[in-house]
Design a protein around this ligand. Structure first.
Ligand code: HEM
Length: 129
């Protein structure tokens, strides 16, 4: 069961960033929002399943984010990723600001993946620190 949930978690993580980049390419870069409701609803479904699988994994492994530093930092970064994701799609902001927020969200996502892979709060920076 653990391996299946972990695989689902990884697939939903790939789906989450894939949909984010796709939506961003239209909304943030081309300033032409995707009108169909599916593009608004699908990312929420995928993100909810990604987070649910993450919580399930943590429960199965008995990992407490208040004790396991990498998991605690990962959850804080996930909250940051969600906030940046919401801000990136506010069309009334100037284009350069939307683009910067969009790029920051993608970088933060990559950092979250590196925290998961190294199981270290420093993520990819464990290689230099
Ligand atoms: C943007 C959100 C997230 C991304 C991109 C992400 C990414 C990943 C990836 C790629 C792995 C597999 C690492 C490996 O191969 O060893 C993983 C594992 C894991 N994630 Fe996440 N995750 C996210 C959110 C969460 C959340 C919110 C939680 C918990 C509340 C969580 C808990 C876990 C746990 C417990 C593992 C298993 C570690 C192990 O194999 O021992 N993740 N995550």
């Amino acid at each position: 069961m653990f391996l299946e949930v972990r695989l689902a978690h990884i697939i939903f993580a790939a789906g989450s960033i894939g949909l984010f980049v796709l939506r961003g390419a239209f909304t943030v870069l081309a300033a032409r929002p995707l009108k169909q409701r599916i593009w608004k609803i699908l990312p929420h479904i995928v993100d909810t399943l990604l987070l649910a699988m993450g919580v399930w994994l943590a429960v199965m492994l008995r990992l407490n984010p208040f004790h396991v530093t990498w998991l605690g930092v990962k959850i804080l970064c996930v909250i940051g990723y969600i906030v940046l994701g919401v801000l990136a799609f506010r069309l009334q902001r100037p284009r350069w600001l939307r683009f910067s927020v969009f790029a920051a969200a993608i970088l933060l996502f990559a950092f979250i993946v590196s925290i998961a892979l190294f199981q270290d709060p420093r993520g990819i920076f464990v290689l230099v620190a």
